[in-house]
Design a binder for this molecule. Structure first.
Ligand code: IPM
Ligand code: MG
Length: 363
């Protein structure tokens, strides 16, 4: 059966890193018998410039009819002054909500080769393997009312609404419990139940859902403490589940444990495991176009896509092993470079992954 993939490169370093993932994808098609139909679309600032909006209807329609979407990055200073509803970020948020991908999986693992690239001591991070499950289509990112306006007294004010209903919490809790059941069987639910009503509900529903997963050990943690614990002793965590905004913040924080935000992929799934796959880093306008960005988070996002949405486990494993092989050869992009390793650009890193795939196919 042939699968349909939509590729959205976006802005900034997006096109550069996506080119490397596409090289790897071509190799999987040529040498490993992977069958996919590939389409391309516009999103973010690139779409805004070309069509007047950050998420053209054609892009959303293609995304909805694809089995999976591979996404690069969006945004850049040239669009920061556009009206808020036209900003590139709205394109990404519209895509997430339009595809209904409420479950964002952000694995934080550290390659043994990169232990020294972490900001933390080797003994604190080596062997680290955490999965952050972030609710992605609700909470304060989407709650109504929202506005930035002027009051009757002439003063400006801003409003956002943090709102969750129990169904939204239950479905993300189930995804997290099921993920925990398949790995270390420990789930930490992160909230701010000492202050927020939404968090109080979050906790109630997570506790109720726990009854469906008796083999998983559940604990609760306030988000401020969770941030501290992630830096103090991150290996205490197996799976963490949290709301949209807490998950946004904690996943950036956790990315640094792995050495570089340039290494971390993510998967966002709907009920049927169709998904949107993106590196967790942004469009890095400061280094865009220079050929120095790390393409590995995008390549690893492609591996997640193959595994979770296409069911192509073998290709996923070969691709992940190819990334590992490139690191074992001592190749590093600038963000993960350390003394004794070879600093390479985006294209050379992608070529090394492709070469490792070719060797694996020949073996
Ligand atoms: C992320 C990003 C996005 C988010 C931005 C670009 C809208 O930070 O995927 O973590 O806040 O969700
Ligand atoms: Mg973020």
């Amino acid at each position: 059966m042939s699968h349909k993939i939509l590729i959205l490169s976006g802005d900034g370093i997006g096109p550069e890193i996506m080119a490397e993932a596409e090289k790897a994808l071509s190799m999987l098609i040529q040498e490993f018998g992977l069958r996919v139909e590939i389409e391309h679309g516009l999103v973010g600032g690139a779409a805004l410039d070309a069509t007047g909006g950050p998420l053209p209807e054609t892009t959303l329609a293609l995304a909805r009819s694809a089995d999976a979407v591979l996404f690069g990055a969006i945004g850049g200073p040239q669009w920061d002054t556009a009206p808020r509803e036209l900003r590139p970020e709205r394109g990404l948020l519209g895509l997430r909500s339009g595809m209904g991908v409420f479950a964002n999986l952000r694995p934080v693992q550290i390659f043994p080769e990169l232990v020294s690239a972490s900001a933390l001591k080797p003994e604190v991070v080596s062997g680290l393997d955490i999965l952050i499950v972030r609710e992605l289509t609700g909470g304060i990112y989407f709650g109504q009312p929202r506005e930035l306006t002027r009051g009757a007294d002439g003063r400006r004010f801003g409003v956002n609404t943090l709102r969750y209903n129990e169904d939204e919490i239950r479905r993300i809790a189930r995804v997290a419990f099921a993920a925990a059941r398949g790995r270390g069987r420990r789930l930490c639910s992160v909230d701010k139940a000492n202050v927020l009503e939404t968090s109080e509900l979050w906790r109630q529903v997570v506790v109720e859902t726990a009854a469906e997963f008796p083999e998983v050990q559940l604990e609760h943690m306030y988000v401020d403490n969770a941030a501290m614990q992630l830096v103090r002793s991150p290996k205490q965590f197996d799976v963490m589940v949290t709301d949209n905004m807490f998950g946004d913040i904690l996943s950036d924080l956790a990315s640094m444990l792995s050495g570089s935000i340039g290494m971390l992929p993510s998967a966002s799934l709907d009920e049927r495991r169709r998904g949107l796959y993106e590196p967790i880093h942004g469009s890095a306008p400061d280094i865009a176009g220079r050929g120095v960005a790390n393409p590995l988070a995008t390549v690893l996002s492609l591996a997640l896509l193959l595994r979770h949405s296409l069911g192509e486990q073998v290709c996923a494993v070969f691709l992940e092993q190819a990334v590992r092989a490139a690191l074992q050869q001592g190749l590093r992009t600038a963000d993960i470079h350390s003394p004794g390793t070879t600093c390479v650009g985006t294209g050379a890193m992608g070529d090394a992954v492709v070469a490792a795939l070719r060797r694996a196919a020949a073996a």
